[in-house]
Design a protein around this ligand. Structure first.
Ligand code: MN
Length: 500
């Protein structure tokens, strides 16, 4: 698990106006709530109670500590009583990590017969959380607001989604992405401003000449390849001509050497994601497609043709989905299938799709690939299993990054006997006409990061933390309102930039 070194801090707002006894009660209740949250089994990260804050100095100190503590991936705030919000200004202004404002209450229901003024003064989240809400809004502070009783599963699940995104955000803040070769010549949508990406999204994009990877692949020993082939034999079927001793087996061994060399190279560089290019293969025996499939399944972000934005997003979404059922992958819109209400898009790539999304045991095949310098390549061939998922992408609009997410239904394709690549067939929600139309209006890429495990809420939380534009395409989308959203956003981000 990538979450084990991370925690979420819980801070309770209070004040000394009601006397020390009230603060002691607030503290005890907060302790009990944090214990309850941790014991619920519904939260992926440990919550650490950091006490009550009762003054501007205490707030500023706690948020500064949160900024500086590597383990802290985000802060949850809650106002048990009233907490005058001017005291939150300095702390919130300087706070740089994700924020969740929990609007809950220690006791669930009003004790109608017993309630008196003391009880009401102690249990006034309804009051205090509004005061806190004002100052976060006044400071234009991005945050997630979760409203609900803290013991309810639905409340905890919304917190859990945000925590997963906090972990992915923390991961991205020291993510290094290695590109073997530049973006594919002349391609616009996969390119963008790498400086702005590092400022806004945290990750760092580096270039590595393919010549620096070649020695890593050449240094792989025959014994290491033998061991990896044995692993492949356990996990995958082999096409007859790819089995040990058959004519094309050597291509599988070459791919195994690439996998080992590439993994070692990325470990040496401390990289969590990478991109490849079919035009940058000098010294390589084949395009590293099979190796990319394998490394994606281990959690490396991947983007083809130099697509570093998608590589970063694939890694980020893998972190978000840790431990959840359902895989995820880099995918590309390839071919349309017009078929009335079941119109769909065939998602595929030359080679590089994560075997985690396969419906059945993938099969190793070797075929000639005519594009660029790619040559004859091994690959895992399979079809993705049916199910609901999301496809997400980030594009650079010049003055801002725009995130687009589309809910999609993966359906079973017909057999594809002559198409020797992995693929998925999906219907974008609400249907092909509106889903694809909105995606194209938004300027969405042909590459996307797909996940069965995540929901639109994960992407919403990510866009909120990153403070970037988000366009959602789901069953509620209409082209007319989507167009207006885009126009409104143009104005919003123009003014936002001018005012910041
Ligand atoms: Mn592509």
């Amino acid at each position: 698990m990538e979450y084990k070194n991370l925690e979420i801090w819980f801070i309770t707002g209070a004040q000394l106006l009601y006397g020390g006894d009230a603060v002691i009660a607030v503290d005890a209740h907060s302790n009990e709530m944090v214990k309850g949250l941790n014991n619920s089994g519904n939260l992926p990260l440990k919550v650490v109670y950091k006490g009550t804050v009762n003054s501007s100095a205490e707030v500023a100190k706690t948020f500064a500590d949160a900024n500086n503590d590597e383990r802290c991936a985000g802060v949850i705030t809650w106002m048990h009583t009233f907490s005058p919000a001017k005291m939150w200004i300095h702390g919130l202004k300087d706070y740089k990590k994700p924020l969740l404002h929990l609007h809950t209450q220690y006791n669930e229901q009003i004790p109608w017969n017993e309630i008196d003024m003391d009880f009401m003064n102690l249990n006034q989240s309804a009051h205090g959380d509004r005061e806190f809400g004002f100052i976060t809004s006044r400071l234009r502070k991005p945050r997630k607001i979760v409203v609900g009783y803290w013991k309810d599963k639905s409340t905890q699940e919304k917190m859990a989604v945000w925590m997963r995104v906090c972990a992915a955000w923390a991961d991205a803040q020291n993510m290094r992405i290695i590109r073997f070769g530049d973006n594919m010549n002349n391609v616009a949508v996969t390119d963008g401003d790498k400086v702005e990406a590092e400022i806004r999204l945290g990750y760092h994009v580096d270039n590595a000449p393919i010549a620096t990877l070649v020695p890593y692949v050449e240094a792989v020993t025959e014994a290491e390849i033998d061991a990896l082939i044995a692993e492949y034999e356990k996990l995958y079927d082999f096409a007859a001509n790819c089995k040990k001793g058959a004519e094309k087996h050597q291509f599988v061994r070459d791919a195994a050497a690439q996998e080992i060399g590439l993994r070692r190279f990325l470990e040496d560089k401390g990289a969590k994601a990478f991109t490849t290019s079919f035009d940058e293969l000098e010294g390589m025996k084949q395009l590293m497609g099979f190796a990319s499939q394998r490394l994606m399944a281990e959690g490396y972000g991947f983007g083809a043709e130099g697509d570093w934005k998608t590589a970063a997003l694939v890694r980020t979404m893998w972190i978000m989905g840790q431990g959840l059922p359902g895989g995820q992958s880099f995918l590309e819109d390839y071919t349309l299938n017009f078929n009335g209400a079941n119109s769909s898009i065939l998602q595929a790539h030359m080679l590089e799709i994560n075997p985690e999304i396969a419906a059945k045991k993938p099969r190793i095949e070797v075929h000639f690939l005519g594009i660029g310098d790619a040559r004859t390549c091994a690959r895992l061939v399979f079809q993705a299993h049916p199910g609901e998922g999301i496809a997400a992408t980030i594009v650079d609009m010049g003055n801002r990054f725009r995130m687009i997410v589309n809910q999609v239904d993966v359906i079973k394709p017909q057999p594809l006997p002559k198409l020797p690549v992995a693929c998925a067939l999906w219907k974008p929600q609400p249907n092909l006409e509106v889903g694809a139309g909105a995606w194209i209006l938004a300027g969405g890429t042909h590459h996307s990061s797909f996940s069965y495990a995540l929901t639109v809420e994960h992407i919403e939380d990510y866009a909120e933390i990153a403070n970037i534009e988000l366009l959602i395409i789901d069953n509620n989308t209409t082209i007319r309102s989507f167009k207006q959203d885009i126009r409104n956003n143009e104005m919003y981000y123009f003014l936002n930039k001018a005012l910041s």
